[in-house]
Write a protein that binds this ligand. Structure first.
Ligand code: DX5
Ligand code: ZN
Length: 216
């Protein structure tokens, strides 16, 4: 499978949100990556349902919604109604992960699980077959524009092996610090989806940046 690029709307210009949504629509990007932060699970607050619905209204590509919130299962149905296609919970924020994943699927979305940089891959051993996407955080979640954590490469290799061993169809998504220096190695280690915030919207030509990240 060719790798996918999911520009992170967190790094868009919120004063020109419609413009930046159209930019992603008209680019080679595959998904919209949307970061929801509650100021409790992570030390930052991003945006909530009204903004997500506004994005959905104009977005012509799947919405990949990454929840950095406590007790995420409370909002599964609401995120479905707000337009999420893929809904990702943090394993660190979820006590009954199996139930949460079933709830996401029953609501008609793909189920993702995100792991913080310190969280080992082996915690997914007994759930990987039920997951559609694993989001490996390659920075500590909460902010765009942070430095990539190199240990992520080992985690991709370990996760790829687990997915193969358990015959899972889960995609591997890398989130945080993806740039032109590391994206090639991330793909060759086994990443399927690259999230990119600063590398896209910090570039003077975001459309070209997306195009470049699609090329190998
Ligand atoms: C961080 C978010 C990321 C962030 C990535 O907590 O989950 O999606 O927007 O931004 P960059 O690519 O700038 O690290
Ligand atoms: Zn994210």
């Amino acid at each position: 499978m060719a790798h996918l690029i999911a520009p992170s709307v967190l790094s868009a210009d919120f004063g020109n949100l419609r413009r930046d949504i159209e930019l992603i629509n008209n680019s080679e990007a595959d998904w919209f990556h949307i970061d929801i932060m509650d100021g409790v699970f992570v030390p930052n607050i991003s945006f909530g349902f009204p903004v997500l619905k506004a994005i959905q209204k104009h977005a012509k590509k799947p919405l990949d919604v990454h929840l950095m919130i406590v007790d995420p299962d409370r909002y599964t149905q609401t995120f479905k109604e707000a337009g999420a296609d893929i809904l990702t919970f943090h394993i660190e924020a979820c006590t009954h992960l199996h139930r949460c994943i079933q709830n996401i699927k029953q609501a008609g979305m793909k189920a993702g699980v995100a792991l913080n940089p310190h969280t080992p891959i082996h915690l997914l051993e007994d759930i990987i077959a039920d997951i559609d996407l694993v989001c490996l955080m390659s920075v500590n979640p909460g902010f765009g524009g942070q430095k990539f954590i190199e240990n992520t490469f080992h985690k991709i290799t370990a996760l790829k092996k687990l997915i193969t061993d358990k015959k899972s169809t889960a995609l591997i998504e890398i989130d945080g610090g993806v740039d032109f220096n590391n994206y090639n190695k991330l793909i060759s280690c086994g990443a399927d989806v690259l999230v990119a915030g600063n590398t896209v919207f910090g570039n003077e030509n975001p459309t070209n940046a997306i195009k470049q990240l699609k090329q190998l």
